[in-house]
Design a protein around this ligand. Structure first.
Ligand code: AHG
Ligand code: MN
Ligand code: MN
Length: 334
């Protein structure tokens, strides 16, 4: 006879419904919106798992607004996210790494009170070589006031105004990690049932780790504070001599940092004063998750979540990690 599991299975949909009760005015629209993201990520992971079969690897032949060559899976993931979110009446506007301008929803904006901003496929240089990739998302509510009648203005809010944020890693398993400002929770996709099931409850970043994660090929071009920081970690200034881990997919590098502690950074360089990562759909969701888990995220000078965005695709340096490493980094500021 089948034994019942020791702990009842908690799916992400059940969890979202419980979390939604924290918003007294919530009508069910918010959980329906998040279910659009979980559905899209299941469809994306199904294609990622088939990469190498069929005709889904390689470049799509177009460049995105940032001049980066789009991969076929970038385009597929973007289309799926837009398709599964645009049929939610609560969504007023969508913004994506892959679209120059935000996508306005055709339905009446009086009903629509959310903006969703996402990177449909993060780490696209890793797709063709079977290395982990991911998706990130950030959600804002429509701010109050007539100046916000244009949904474009909903997008350029400080990260502190995010009402939910999260990411999916398509790794050795598929995991979704999300927060609505009440802790960080991880749900692993159970392929047998096709549902995200709670696997990591109330995640906390360790106070200290033993790895730093950075593209060291650029280190001669990092500002002094960053070079001193990395040298200090290598020398054992924090009581242990650090090793390095760098995948080149921010989501996967951050996920390891969340679980094991340490620091992930994409510094400014002499060629790129703002680094490479984008504030709205890369740094902001990662920073909200990090802070909710007890970590710290800065642009080297100030808290990521306090930056007032000026453009959808603006870049920012990012240093995110455990409290101990981040205190040390900040103590070296010039
Ligand atoms: P994307 O694939 O969405 O354009 O993002 C790639 C980003 C990020 O995932 C990663 O941390 C970084 O690019 C790696 O850049 P380098 O190759 O310069 O290290
Ligand atoms: Mn990315
Ligand atoms: Mn991307």
């Amino acid at each position: 006879m089948l034994k019942s599991p020791e702990k009842p299975t908690l799916t992400i949909q059940q969890h979202i419904l419980t979390e939604q009760q924290r918003f007294p005015e919530a009508s069910g629209e918010f959980s329906f919106l998040l279910s659009g993201i979980t559905l899209a990520s299941k469809l994306i992971q199904a294609q990622v798992r088939r990469a190498g079969l069929g005709n889904i690897l390689g470049a799509a032949g177009e460049e995105n607004v940032q001049g980066e060559l789009q991969q076929k899976l970038d385009v597929y993931a973007n289309d799926v996210m837009i398709d599964k979110l645009s049929c939610r009446r609560s969504v007023g506007i969508l913004a994506s790494e892959e679209n120059e301008c935000a996508v306005m929803m055709p339905h009446d904006t009086a009903d629509a009170s959310y903006a969703v901003i996402f990177d449909p496929l993060d780490g696209s240089s890793n797709i063709d070589v079977n290395v982990s990739v991911g998706t990130t998302f950030s959600i804002f509510r429509r701010p109050v006031g007539p100046q916000y009648d244009d949904p474009n203005t909903w997008i350029l809010q400080n990260g502190t105004q995010q009402i939910a944020a999260g990411y999916v890693v398509y790794g050795s398993s598929t995991i979704m990690v999300y927060t609505v400002g009440n802790g960080v929770h991880g749900f692993t996709l159970d392929p047998a049932v096709g549902a995200f099931v709670m696997s990591h409850e109330n995640m906390k970043m360790p106070e200290q780790g033993k790895y730093y994660s950075v593209n060291e090929a650029y280190r001669d071009n990092f500002p002094t504070q960053y070079r001193t920081f990395l040298e200090g970690l290598r020398r054992g200034e924090l009581g242990t001599k650090y090793g390095s881990r760098y995948i080149g997919s921010m989501v996967a590098d951050f996920h390891r940092t969340l679980l094991r502690g340490g620091v992930f950074l994409y510094p400014p360089t002499s060629d790129h004063a703002n680094g490479k990562l984008r504030l709205l759909y890369e740094a902001n969701p990662i920073a909200m998750i990090a802070e909710q888990a007890g970590g710290v995220a800065t642009n080297g000078k100030s808290r990521i979540l306090d930056i007032k965005p000026e453009a959808i695709h603006q870049r920012t340096p990012l240093v995110v990690g455990s409290r101990k490493e981040m205190d040390y980094f900040q103590s070296l500021s010039e």
